[in-house]
Design a protein around this ligand. Structure first.
Ligand SMILES: [Zn+2]
Length: 374
């Protein structure tokens, strides 16, 4: 397991390899490009190479260092990402010190998931900002580096999520680089970074991944068959993460829920509608409600795609039959109006409107739209 885990990005890998083989690694890299193109994944593989005891570009995959990298539990690797604020936390605290057991467990699970698949985005609930504590920690970690020839690698995932205090602290670190440490910033939005930070990094651009490479990776990982892989690669628009999301069992079951929901809406059966909405309503998870509503939007986008003869754009690819039948049955319903209703409901749910009320209200409005004109 090494560079072959990376999908596409040959140009980037050639550049990094040459930098490595000529011993010209900078103190800091900035990897930028659209989400899901492998910025974090490449950063992780680079950390593996720089710490493998074989000392070659292709990490051996078997030495103790490589094995620690597999789980991202290597003392020379530090992943920085948004964390929720801890109770009574102050700047000098370790970023994890004041977090609850439950949050620590969530973080551990997320890191394990990223270890298994470096394209997995680390997302911790109630976390949107990279804390200054995490940045201040970088210097201390440099001193804890193990192995004289190895490098301590810090990957700042989503560097645009640093606020001014964290960014200024990072700038200081970049101005006085720590020996034996490599900092890699990854971001889809380099414009959100301080120009002074960018100027101290070697900048590497990641391009969208070509469709055939995404399709091949999906098949190789046995995530779907070849036909589906082709369809997903088109929908993914250069992002392997997006392709993965389509194959995620949770996302699949959300799409099935949309089908059942639309059946209940069509029947105008309140009990049926409530039954389908129950998993969302009883979890009281507004984020989940929004994801459901987005999948519902996809449904109507699919109907539009079918009407325009662009079947290859169907996002409910696993419910192709159901959505096609729906499009035929309701050849004249105005999808744009339905999409507007859903969009409004997303706004309500994002605000503080009663969740059940907002969703049931939407169901009734959609039901009326499905009725033939009098
Ligand atoms: Zn190794």
């Amino acid at each position: 397991m090494s560079w072959n885990r990376i999908i596409g990005q040959e140009r980037v890998l050639r550049l990094l390899r040459s930098t490595f083989e000529h011993d010209r690694l900078p103190h800091a890299f900035l990897f930028h490009g659209p989400p899901g193109t492998g910025k974090d994944a490449v950063a992780i593989e680079l950390a593996r190479t720089l710490n493998c005891l074989a000392g070659t570009w292709e990490a051996c995959g078997a030495c103790p260092s490589c094995r620690q990298m597999d789980t991202l539990q290597h003392p020379n690797l530090d992943l920085v990402f948004p964390l929720p604020p801890g109770k009574n936390e102050e700047k000098q605290h370790d970023p994890y010190e004041k977090l609850t057991e439950a949050v620590i467990r969530e973080i551990r699970d997320e890191i394990a998931a990223k270890g298994k698949d470096p394209y997995h985005p680390i997302e911790i609930r109630r976390a949107s900002v990279i804390k200054i504590n995490s940045i201040r920690n970088i210097k201390r970690k440099a001193a804890m580096r193990v192995g004289q020839h190895q490098r301590h690698v810090v990957i700042i995932c989503g560097a645009e999520k640093m606020k001014a205090d964290a960014a200024n602290s990072l700038l200081k670190t970049l101005e006085e680089p720590n020996a034996g440490q490599l900092i890699i910033l990854t971001t889809p939005a380099p414009d959100a970074l301080l120009p002074t930070i960018i100027s101290r990094c070697q900048v590497v651009r990641f391009d969208p991944i070509p469709e055939p490479e995404i399709a091949r990776a999906l098949v190789e990982r046995e995530l779907c068959d070849e036909d589906t892989a082709g369809a997903l690669a088109r929908l993914a628009e250069g992002s392997f993460r997006k392709a993965l999301e389509y194959t995620d069992p949770e996302v699949r079951s959300r799409r099935s829920l949309v089908v059942e929901f639309m059946r209940a809406v069509y029947a105008g059966n309140s009990t049926g509608i409530m039954k389908e909405l129950d998993p969302i309503v009883s979890s009281r998870d507004r984020q989940e409600a929004i994801r459901f509503l987005q999948a519902l939007e996809d449904w109507f986008h699919d109907v539009i795609a079918i009407r325009e003869g662009r079947e290859d754009r169907i996002r409910h690819f696993d419910n192709r039959e159901a959505v096609t039948k729906f499009a035929q049955l309701f050849a004249s319903i105005p999808c744009e109006d339905a999409l507007q209703e859903i969009e409004k409901t997303i706004e309500y749910v994002t605000g503080n409107v009663h969740l059940t009320l907002a969703l049931v209200n939407l169901a009734h409005k959609l039901h009326r739209r499905l009725q033939p004109p009098p």
